[in-house]
Write a protein that binds this ligand. Structure first.
Ligand code: PMP
Length: 382
């Protein structure tokens, strides 16, 4: 199996599993228990928190462990909004946020919050002029992802941080796809809150964190004594230890990014050469190193994924409903891509486990399967 779906999730690293297993089997005590075993679990939690803080460039008190990025996103938005001054009720989301996050935007709007969506340009980058116009003194909170999960486009976090600071608003950044793939340091980013998820960086599923700048007013959304009263519930210690181990494994992120970008570029060059009908979105703007978002003519994504499956390659569609539903991707729609083209979108996402052999195999095996279909498409075009 060749795995080209690293933006969906990543295989857990063996060192992550090795770090988690003894916690699952032996360190299962409740970290809030007074007895020795509980105290031992509590020390492991503190050690993991210290590691996470060191790798991500924040203070240990700024780390709130969650069940993943979806929870971190929700608690950041609701928790920051609840503490905003009454004259600041407007919330701004980018229009290409993760589907779950946009559901929250709709839920907030339905509850009476004024929600504005920031448009993107045709190349998938944020429309900064629109951001400038929309982020004013009545805004409580802005939410912008650091990198898009479909196109891989890197968003202008520093520029938007400057705009939010000038407006006196708060900034939340969903860095789920960014952390682990690009160098990151919370202390220099200018965001008040940052979400991340372990399973996107070779950690386990069901664990992540919200980094919350010390001193920023925040209303807890899940009540309980854990995480300094900011997120109640017995901690997922094995998951948290797994997250810390995964972060520690990252090493030289820039070097790994360069390696993966080279593989992705070779794949894109090879595919466009063999199949000239290949169209790659956002190719000319800064992107995540491993993400390639493309269509082969207007071949249905289901047909392409079927051929890939036959070749033992796991990839993904760009549709909001990845099971081959009829809804075009909201990201491509926001970029102005027509529905028939958006419904042909295939996402190939390379990562740490990707190799030159994977790329060579795909370049040898896929074009002969797709070329006749593309030829047929040309012949039957209206
Ligand atoms: N935000 C982004 C940008 C994502 O790509 C994902 C995962 N697809 C999430 C949030 C949700 O993360 P989790 O699975 O940890 O809830």
């Amino acid at each position: 199996m060749i795995y080209l779906d690293h933006n969906a999730t990543t295989p857990p690293a063996p060192a992550v599993l090795a770090a988690m297993l003894p916690v699952l089997s032996s360190l299962w005590a409740n970290t809030s228990s007074q007895h020795g075993l509980g105290q031992e679990a509590k020390r492991a939690l503190s050690a993991a928190r210290a590691t996470v803080a060191r790798v991500l460039g924040c203070k240990p008190v700024e780390v709130i462990f969650t069940s993943g990025a979806t929870e971190a996103n929700h608690m950041a938005m609701r928790g920051l909004l609840a503490m905003a001054p009454p004259e600041r009720r407007r919330v701004v989301f980018s229009s290409v946020e993760h589907a779950g996050h946009l559901r929250l935007a709709r839920a907030l709007a339905a509850a009476g919050v004024q929600v504005d969506l920031l448009p993107v340009l045709a190349n998938g980058t944020l429309d900064l002029q629109a951001a400038q116009a929309l982020i004013g003194p009545d805004v409580a909170l802005v939410s912008l992802m650091a990198a898009n999960n479909e196109t891989g486009v890197l968003m202008p976090v520093a520029e938007v941080a400057a705009l939010t600071q000038a407006a006196g608003a708060r900034l939340h950044v969903d860095a789920t796809q960014f952390i682990g793939k690009q160098p990151f340091n919370f202390s220099t980013w200018g965001a008040d809150a940052v979400s991340l998820s372990a399973h996107k960086l070779q950690g386990p599923k069901g664990v992540g964190a919200l980094l919350l700048r010390q001193g920023v007013p925040f209303a807890p959304q899940t009540l309980g004594s854990q995480e300094r009263g900011r997120r109640g519930g017995t901690e997922n210690l094995a998951g948290i230890v797994g997250l810390a181990a995964a972060l520690e494994l990252l090493g030289d992120v820039a070097a790994e990014a360069a390696r993966v970008a080279q593989l992705r570029d070779a794949l894109e060059i090879g595919l466009t050469r063999a199949l000239p009908q290949t169209h790659i979105w956002s190719r000319a703007v800064p992107r995540l190193p491993g993400t390639s978002y493309l269509r082969f003519g207007q071949l249905s994504v289901d047909v392409v994924l079927q051929r890939l499956e036959r070749l033992g390659v796991a990839a993904s569609s760009g549709a909001a409903c990845s099971s081959g539903g009829s809804e075009p991707s909201h990201v491509l729609t926001a970029m102005g891509v027509p529905a028939d083209e958006a419904l042909a979108a295939v996402r190939l996402s390379l990562g740490r486990t990707s190799t030159q052999e994977d790329v060579t195999y795909l370049l040898n095996a896929l074009p002969p399967l797709l070329a006749p279909l593309l030829h047929e498409e040309v012949l039957t075009a209206p």
